[in-house]
Ligand binder design. Sequence first.
Ligand code: ADP
Ligand code: MG
Length: 290
Amino acid sequence: SAPLSIVRGAGEAAERGVLMRTGEAFQALRRVNRVVFDKTGTLTEGRPALRTIVAMACPEQELLALAAAIEAFSEHPLARAVVEETFKRGIALSEVEGFEAVPGHGVRARLGEAKLVVGSPAFLVAEAVDLSVQDERITELEGQGLTVIGVARDGVLLGLLALGDALRPDAADTVRRLHALGIRTSLITGDNEQAALHFARAAGIEEVHARVLPAGKATMIRQLQEGARVAMVGDGINDAPALMQADVGIAFGSGADIAIESADVVILNQRLGAVLETYAVSRNSYRKIV
Ligand code: ADP
Ligand code: MG
C-alpha cells in the first residue's frame, strides 16, 4: 500500500542521511524538474576564509577588530570567517552595542557614539557610504570569485575584506547527474554576479540569479514555478521564505534553525549528493505505489 512504500522510502532516505519531514515531500520530490541552489553554505562549504584585506582609513589591525566586534554577533558564514581570522591574529575585539543584522546585506552596531556598518558594497552605498575610490579594486576582487565586504565608521569607508569559499567536493557531480535525469538547475544568491558566475561555472549550473535579496528569493522561486516543479536547496536564514515557497524545500541540517524548520527535507550529512539519492528513492517508492 502507499503508506508502506513511503515509510520504506523514508527509511532508505534516512540511511543516506536524509530526513523526510512529511510524506508529501516524497510525492512532491519525484515530480521536481528544476533544482535551485543557494550559493553560500549550500553549493559551497560555507566556510569562507579571509583572503585579502584592504585597510584604508585605519590600520589593518583596527579594521579587523572593528569588523569582528560586530560579526561576533552574526550567524553568517562570512561573519565567522572574520572573527576566526581576528582570533588567529590575537587581536582583541572592540566592544559594540545595538547589533542589528540586515539579512542579505550586512550588519550594523554602535561603538560608543560611532556608527559601524559592515556588509556588501551595495549595502554600504545604501547606508550613504562612498565607495567610489575602491570601485576598481572591488571589481577586481569580485572577478576572482571573492565576496567583498566593506567596513565603515560614521559613513566613512575604513577598508575592505575579501573572502573566498570552496565549492562542495560533490557539487559538480551532483549537478551533472541531475542534468542526466533531465532536471534543470539554477543558482540563486545574495552575493555579487562575479562570485555567483564563478561557482555556477565550477559546478556546471545552467542559470544564475545574483544579488537577490532575501524576499526576492521566494519571488524568484514563484516565477520559476510557472514553468516547473521546483526544489530549493538552502541553508541560511534568508533562504527560509524560498524553502517554504518551493514545491520541495531542502535544507542542510547544519544550517540556520529557521531554514531547517521551513524545509520538507533535511540533509543530515554534508553531502549535496544526498539530494539526488533521495530523488531516486522518491522515484522508486512511487513505482512501488502504482
Ligand atoms: P547567499 O545568498 O550567498 O547565502 P546572503 O544573502 O546571506 O548570501 O548575503 C548576501 C551578501 O550580503 C553577502 O555576500 C554579503 O556581502 C552581505 N552580508 C550578509 N550578511 C553579512 C554579514 N554578517 N557580514 C557581512 N556581510 C554580510
Ligand atoms: Mg546560504
